[in-house]
Design a protein around this ligand. Sequence first.
Ligand code: SAM
Ligand code: SF4
Length: 331
Amino acid sequence: MELEPLRDGHGRLIGDLRVSVTDRCNFRCQYCMPAEGLPWLERSEILSFEEIKRLVRLFCAMGVGDVRLTGGEPLVRRDFPRLAAMLAAVPGISDLSVTTNGFLLERDAEALVSAGINRFNVSVDSLQRDRFYELTRRDALPRVLRGLELLASFPEAHPVKVNAVAIRGFTEAEVIPFAELARRSPYQIRFIEYMPLDADRAWSFDQVLTGAEIRAAIEQVYPLEPEPREPHATARVYRFADGRGRIGFINPVSEPFCGDCNRVRLTADGRLRTCLFSLRETDLRAPIRDGADDAELEEIIRNAVWRKELKHHVGEPGFVQPARTMSAIGG
Ligand code: SAM
Ligand code: SF4
């Protein structure tokens, strides 16, 4: 099955689908979830593996090649490696990746690599155990680092990316240790600017430690040189001038990359979101469960994607934070 490419009303071709497989998580990162968790979706509200596969097939028939599985924490979804294997078999997928907090990698990394996951992003916000605990509300750094080390042993899943959310007043102390990790390990470290998608609605512009500020701090110690920018890449990547490692900056707040955005998102309860900051969602679960055929689903998807937002308005007067947090959207 090959269909017309999926295009939005601003002429952008959609090539990347982020699929949230659960809204649940075993961490409580301060910038994402409240300490007490959130009211979780009922099991019946969550798309089944078959429903996810059907939608992924349809998106891939419309030209999506990159599929990233996320959450919540994707590895807490029961039988997750089986879903990964089902999706790896979908025609047209060129890149099947996972974003995880790493806590369950020791248990699942091998099964996920065998299932066909070819790239991993692991979120690590601090390299100091007590500070990691403070931010994630879980004393889990040693376990996450063991999971990362295990991933490094699978060459078919390289490069492993490590993502750190950058928050002013917290991340400054982590910058040089992360730069040194990037220089001595096989991981590509990327700093992500803090976005207003937290459950506590505590975000403020002042708390955004920008990529430019972090880069300047690194350059004081280790000079950097820019790498050419890949199309649709969210990260600006630099190599250390002495050739030892690379480091990236994802700057959605200070340098939005909306003009080049080729992504859409599917939530665990089957809503299509055309922007992280969308205030509008399109329900795909109801039509599926009401018996819509592929042509009907395709039309609903095309109409929603056509209306994809031109850009986000973070930091502008009148910006409205979406009701869903990052954990419920699927970052
Ligand atoms: N639980 C997995 C994890 O943490 O990697 C996958 C889901 S998590 C929502 C995906 C990514 O979103 C993580 O790298 C996390 O750090 C990032 N994230 C969550 N809340 C954020 C926020 N308010 N601003 C920027 N990034 C955020
Ligand atoms: Fe969980 Fe990931 Fe959100 Fe942290 S960022 S609470 S690990 S979903």
